[in-house]
Each structure stands twice: as structure tokens, then as C-alpha cells.
Design a protein around this ligand. Structure first.
Ligand code: HPA
Length: 261
């Protein structure tokens, strides 16, 4: 049974080196996930992979069925999810090509289904630290093993899209403390927490956010940068899966304790 899940974003529709052993189509109470879950082995570890935009990149960020995607992982028995996504760099060190493991997230989306507790139960999940501390530490250890530089903190601001931002929006986000901007980090992260799954993000900075470089932004740039970073992501994931690092304690598995009214 796969225990580790990987979600791929723009430009990452499969994991190079993943030996595919099967595919699972999962039906959920929330509808269909973005694609079948491809099951495979990487560095001896069983992994379930899902491209969040579909293999043909036909699902826009605001149309992704985030609930079905996360629910499907849990149905497969996945307890830990690494979510890879593209982001635009806002603050100084967030240059195109950088890999960032965000420690905070800021939700600017609207109209997305961002909870499993819409009816019946009243649940207020603690989300002070939105990403799993244990998984984050393990990513850092893997990056050291792979000799890769990753930026170990950063605030990710999530927008609805699908349009890119205005320069004024990015200036405002910068004042709010955002380091990078993307379209998919939320509600993925909170939905995983509501199901008590460990979840960490790996953001690839594909471009400078609007108004920062003075250049027009293109989706080609985003996809090309992601493709260019694929080798690094693959090395990072391989190192992550290859080693049985002691996982520092986390509280993700008890997220619902004292959260229900
Ligand atoms: N803005 C929002 N989402 C993104 C960007 C961006 O500049 N780059 C990659 N995803």
C-alpha cells in the first residue's frame, strides 16, 4: 500500500524515474480527482502520484477538485503528501529556478471548496503551522543528501487565478509579508490537515512575480522553468524516498483532537 503521495503541478506531470506498477481510479463523495493515481516505486519506496492539473494540463487552478484529490490519497492509504507547485517570486532570494519549502501560507482564494466540514459537524482545525514539521525536516535532510540548495522558509500567498497578478497586487502582497505567489497551495494544505495527513509544499520559483522584473509574464516561461527544475525535483524526491530519516514528531495525525465543537 503506498504511503507517500506526490502531487505534481504545472510542468510536472510525472516523476521521472518512477517505475510505474499500476494506476488507481478513485471515486470520491466529492467527485473525481484530477486523474488516476499512478502507483510506482522510487528508490524502493511505494509512491502514489497525481498531476493536479490532469496529465494534459486541462484543469485550471480554480476548477481543480481539491477535495477529491486529497480524499483519494487517503483512500489509497497515503498518510504523507508532498505537493510540488510553481510559484512566482516576490521577495529577494526567490529567484527563478529556486526551490522553496514554504513554512507559511496566506489564502487569498475565494469560491473554492476549502473544507470537508461544510455541513453537519462544526470543526475549527488549528492551522497555525500549515505544513508538517516532520516532512519539512525530512525535505531539508534530503536536500543536503542530494547536494541541492533549498530555501527553508517563505510565505506563500495563494490567489485564485487563472489570470496573473497586477504589479500593484504584488506590491501589496509584499507588504503583507508574502515571499511567493501561486494558485494551488490552498485549499490543498488545509484539506490535508482536516484529514489528519502530513502535508508539505515544495515550490519551484518559475518567474519573478508581476512588476518585479519589468518583463511580461508568459505561461511558456512558467512551464519551461518547471521543466528545467524537474531534474532537481527528481533528485530531491529520490533522496527523500531513499533514506529512512528519523521523522521528527508532528501533530498532523491528531489534528481533529479538540477541533470539533
Ligand atoms: N503568479 C501566480 N501563480 C504562479 C506564478 C505567478 O507569478 N508563477 C507560477 N505560478
Amino acid at each position: 500500500m503506498p504511503l507517500l503521495g506526490v502531487i505534481g503541478g504545472s510542468g510536472l506531470y510525472d516523476i521521472p524515474g518512477l517505475e510505474i506498477t499500476g494506476a488507481e481510479k478513485i471515486a470520491t463523495p466529492y467527485g473525481d480527482p484530477s486523474d488516476v493515481y499512478r502507483i510506482g516505486k522510487l528508490a524502493g519506496t511505494e509512491v502514489a502520484f497525481l498531476p493536479r492539473h490532469g496529465t494534459m494540463h486541462h484543469i485550471q487552478p480554480h476548477k481543480i477538485n481539491y477535495r477529491a484529490n486529497i480524499w483519494g490519497f487517503r483512500e489509497l492509504g497515503v498518510t504523507k503528501i508532498l505537493s510540488v507547485g510553481a510559484a512566482g517570486g516576490i521577495s529577494g532570494p526567490m529567484e527563478p529556478g529556486s526551490i522553496v519549502v514554504p513554512d507559511q501560507i496566506f489564502d487569498m482564494t475565494s469560491g473554492r471548496h476549502s473544507t470537508f466540514y461544510e455541513y453537519d459537524e462544526v470543526v475549527h482545525i488549528d492551522f497555525t503551522e500549515p505544513f508538517c514539521a516532520g516532512l519539512r525536516e525530512r525535505i531539508f535532510a534530503a536536500s543536503e543528501m542530494a547536494g541541492l540548495r533549498v530555501i527553508r522558509k517563505g510565505t506563500y500567498i495563494c490567489v485564485n487565478g487563472p489570470r496573473l497578478e497586477t504589479a500593484a497586487e504584488i506590491r501589496a502582497f509584499s507588504i503583507l509579508g508574502a515571499d511567493m505567489v501561486g494558485m494551488t497551495g490552498m485549499p490543498e494544505a488545509v484539506l490535508a490537515r482536516e484529514l489528519e495527513l502530513c502535508f508539505a509544499g515544495i515550490s519551484v520559483i518559475t518567474n519573478y512575480a508581476a512588476g518585479i522584473s519589468g518583463k511580461k509574464l508568459t505561461t511558456t516561461e512558467v512551464v519551461e522553468s518547471m521543466k528545467a527544475a524537474t531534474e532537481k525535483i527528481k533528485e530531491l524526491l529520490k533522496a527523500f524516498f531513499a533514506t529512512d530519516f528519523p521523522v521528527p514528531a508532528c501533530f498532523c495525525g491528531q489534528a481533529l483532537k479538540e477541533a470539533k465543537m
